[in-house]
Design a protein around this ligand. Structure first.
Ligand code: SF4
Length: 386
């Protein structure tokens, strides 16, 4: 299998200063993190640098996105983090790393911002909504809400971005099925001044026991958010899940980008703090096969991972239509959603998305918005069919 992009999610810290009760990484059933180093050792950083350089050479990649992830990546000491960035940059030979980092924001301070500026690290912050929503699940180790500390960190990052020192921090938000999506969205935009965000549907598989109101609640949240976003008519506010789909329905180039985004799941490589390789890490909780593949950056090349049967199985998920999606008009922009939401132990990825009904509503509403604003329905239909 060939790839055109490579995104590496690098678990530099497999511990956290928060204890969010829905966290797939610590509480999703995969406990391999307990056997891994809490912080990535220097040797693994160098092994990863060499692995990435081999991958860039073998697959003709000019850039590799490297997302510093956790647990909480800012639990690493600042000198060690700087040293890690220097070490990784030393392997850039004919390719360039794009550094990004996903944080809960609690530990952000001026020194961290200096480091992000120096090493061009693009920060993203995790927050689920106003305190009444966020602090239901995103708690610190003493059980206290994390909203105030996260927002303090977010504001520091926003200030540095306004000064042109770092890129503007986006928000990543896990949908609370019982919250009002419109209120969460308006809080992010009006109260926090956020312009880029994405909403994640909770990480369930078809094997999870999920009460029906949870699924319906997620669908309701998505639609409320979508209506609030469309009503705002502010092109500067981007919600990735909506913005990309809207563009794809009118612009063939954007449609290609959506395909790239869907294909991204085939180019997301997870690297644990011990150097173990695997697919994007929400799949770890779906089946132990995805958590321990027996491959490591110290001994293996990217090709070993791409050619393994376990990898192939999840990579095929993006191109092979599940039975239930075979006659669906939305397949081209949907591809049955995220792989984790298609998975069951009995049928692998041969399932439609758990959130299928909500996805269909979302696509239909985006299409209707375009038609109301002058795009011929036939153009959209052509784009979806071609
Ligand atoms: S909307 Fe549902 S049926 Fe259609 S492609 Fe997506 S998951 Fe499959």
């Amino acid at each position: 299998m060939e790839i055109k992009h490579l995104n590496i999610v690098f678990k530099i810290s497999e511990r956290c200063n928060l204890k969010c009760d829905y966290c797939y990484f610590f509480f999703g059933g995969d406990e391999t993190w307990k056997k891994h180093p809490p912080l990535v050792p220097r040797k693994v950083v160098h092994d990863l640098g060499a692995f990435a350089a081999r991958a860039a050479r073998d697959h003709q990649l000019e850039s590799i996105n490297l997302i510093f992830h956790g647990g909480e990546p800012l639990l690493m000491s600042k000198p060690r983090f700087s040293e890690m960035c220097e070490a990784l940059r030393s392997y850039e030979d004919g390719f360039r790393f794009g550094f990004a980092l996903q944080t809960n924001g609690v530990l952000v301070d001026d020194v961290w911002i200096d480091i992000f500026e120096r090493y061009q690290v693009r920060p993203g912050v995790s927050l689920d909504g106003p305190p009444v929503v966020n602090d239901l699940h995103r708690l610190d180790l003493k059980g206290r809400g994390s909203y105030d500390a996260t927002v303090a960190g977010l504001r520091m990052l926003q200030k540095a971005a306004a000064q042109g020192r770092i890129s503007s921090p986006g928000l990543l938000s896990v949908i609370n099925p019982f919250a009002d999506g419109a209120k969460v969205y308006r809080h992010f935009v009006d109260d926090l001044g956020v312009t880029h965000m994405n909403f994640l549907t909770p990480d369930y598989t078809w094997d999870s026991v999920i009460p029906e109101p949870v699924i319906r609640g997620v669908e309701r949240f998505l639609m409320a958010t979508l209506h609030a976003w469309l009503a705002g008519k502010n092109p500067k506010i981007q919600i990735r899940v909506f913005s990309e789909l809207l563009a794809a329905m009118v612009d063939p180039k954007a449609m290609e980008l959506v395909h790239t985004y869907r294909d991204d799941y085939r180019s997301i490589v997870g690297v644990s703090s011990n150097g173990d390789l695997g697919p994007e890490d929400t799949l770890r909780t779906a089946d132990p096969r995805f958590a321990s593949m027996g491959l490591n950056v110290a001994n293996n090349d990217l090709r070993d991972l791409l050619e393994s049967s376990t990898w192939q199985e999840q990579a095929d998920a993006v191109t092979i239509k599940p039975d239930k999606c075979k006659s669906c008009d939305w397949w081209k922009i949907c591809k049955a959603g995220r792989p984790i939401h298609r998975f069951s132990k009995a049928r692998g990825f041969n399932n439609h998305s758990l959130y299928c009904a909500g996805l269909k509503d979302m696509y239909a509403e985006l299409g209707a918005f375009l038609v109301r604003n002058g795009t011929p329905l036939s153009d959209i239909a052509l784009r979806l069919a071609s």
